[in-house]
Design a protein around this ligand. Structure first.
Ligand code: FE
Ligand code: FE
Length: 183
């Protein structure tokens, strides 16, 4: 929408003239705390998924994304700093639920099977899609508030989550789903 950007730009920014004091800014920071908790939760969950995986390709994908997830948490800390806010985590109910689902898949499937891997990929892709939705929206919020540096950092995380989702699909279609259907 061509006029959208203009009207956002001309919006009054509160009495002090600083977006930092607005309710929207507070909401934005709260949501950053939520995803910061989610990333920290994933740093603990992904190695368990790696250990549970049958195929070395899937285990390697989880190992890679654990490192990347540590990077996401560090980037979020940078974002808090840029915003002049203390880095704090606020429990993310959605991510807690998604990780519980991954744990159920592990307990409901047999170790050493490709069905286990197909299930782990399903759980992991739900996580990535949750992150993609979250970072996409947060990036737009940052854009609206004129936090250019924060936009770039959020965009970087978003791209990595998308790449991870694509990589998981590739592992699934290259062998796992076919093998799982034969078990
Ligand atoms: Fe992440
Ligand atoms: Fe991720």
């Amino acid at each position: 929408m061509a006029t959208g950007a203009k009207s956002t730009k001309n919006k009054p920014q509160g009495k002090s003239g600083k977006m930092e004091n607005s309710a929207f800014h507070e909401f934005f920071v709260d949501e950053l705390k939520d995803i910061y908790w989610a990333e920290q939760h994933l740093i603990k969950a992904l190695p368990k998924m790696q250990e549970a995986a049958t195929s070395p390709e899937l285990a390697a994908a989880f190992e890679k994304h654990t490192e990347e997830t540590e990077g996401h948490a560090t980037t979020l800390e940078q974002i808090f700093e840029l915003l002049g806010e203390k880095a704090a985590a606020k429990k993310c109910d959605a991510m807690e639920g998604l990780v519980k689902e991954a744990e159920s898949i592990i307990s409901d499937t047999e170790a050493g099977t490709m069905i286990r891997d197909a299930g782990l990929i399903l759980a992991a892709q739900k996580v990535e899609h949750y992150e993609i939705a979250t970072y996409g929206t947060l990036r737009t919020f940052a854009e609206n508030m004129g936090h250019t540096e924060v936009v770039d950092l959020l965009e970087g995380i978003l791209e990595n989550e998308k790449e991870t989702d694509v990589a998981l699909t590739e592992v699934a279609v290259s062998s796992i789903n076919e093998d799982a259907s034969e078990e």
